[in-house]
Design a protein around this ligand. Sequence first.
Ligand code: SF4
Length: 247
Amino acid sequence: MDPLDFNHREKPPQFVDVVNARIDTALTLENSTREPRAYLGGSRLGESCARKLQYEYLKVPRDPEREFNGKTLRIFAVGHVFEDLAVDWLTKAGYDLRTRNSSGDQFGFAVADGRVRGHIDGVIVAGPDDLAVPALWECKSANAKNWRDIVKRGVAVSKPVYAAQIALYQAYLGLTDHPAVFTAINKDTCELWHELVPFNGALAQACSDKAVRILQACDAGEWLPRVAADPDHFECTWCDWKQRCWS
Ligand code: SF4
């Protein structure tokens, strides 16, 4: 339903509804003009369901109620703002953090004829306290519950998708000699977490192998196995392709 179509509502729209709807419409319109990415994102290869990654790579439309809406797009945008803030904070704290090359582009990699790509948040090339450099820098923002879990269990256990991304990026950027620096920002309280993540070669290789499997299956027009045998599995519950996958 068009969020700006107020004629079909039971109650007259409040001011808040009108403004929010205008923002949501503007954001979704802007998003619809973006070129969808035509590659398998390295940041996604830690995802446990290979079939979901096929849906992403093949740009299969999400279930109608799971299309990106204004709220989702705002969450993405806020994440970028937090990342920019973390760059500023670390720089002020004495870390020489590079996030762009001389052309102003993010550092990244492209393999498999450009069908697998990734863009890193940055590289720390110098820092206090004998930090081993160069070190990949990866930054995420999270709500308080998720942030506390990262602090409690570490990124590798708490967020294996992030750990896989870090390992893969270290491998493809040649930043394997020193642990990566992982920063997590609590979006609710602005508390910070920083963690050193040693290179996990086996994880990087597993992600790379997974990428090959996914590309081969997509080329062959085959679907890889689902992550679960039951649509009530927790990973399917949150999946943007659940209806399509199980119908
Ligand atoms: S619904 Fe479940 S099995 Fe299907 S793609 Fe999503 S996560 Fe994978």
